[in-house]
Design a protein. Sequence first.
Length: 155
Amino acid sequence: MSTEDKAKVTVATAAEHLRVLGADKDHPSPIVEIRAPVSGVITEQNAASAGGVKTLDNSPNLFTISDLSRVWVLCDVYENNLANLAVGQAADIHFNAFPDKAVSGRISEIDPILDPTIRTAKVRIQVKNPGFMKIGIEITLHFHCFHTRLIQNLL
């Protein structure tokens, strides 16, 4: 293949990439607006304002968009309390930042492996997010068998 043929293929490929992104090759612009394919909240951003993007292969993802309408609350439960818990069991979640608010959820998983340093297992509670829950917010969990103060991590 000649240099000219290679250049034509490169131009055609670039034009197709622009078309896929919704840009018009006949009306060039330094900014190409790209709309998210789904609605949600940006939970990870690997692109900066005025930064360039070299590839279209999503590696790494420029943005991660998450649906936070249902979230997981992950907590550490001491091994001596694990016998009192079961998958499907209800849990009430109270927020230190919002003392007048509480939500309920159910245990969806109890990790079978203990953290050997602090002798705890991760317990995951699935919750419908009322909209005010924030990643890392401090909470108090009430299981029907015990009460402990924990730090929430939403995934």
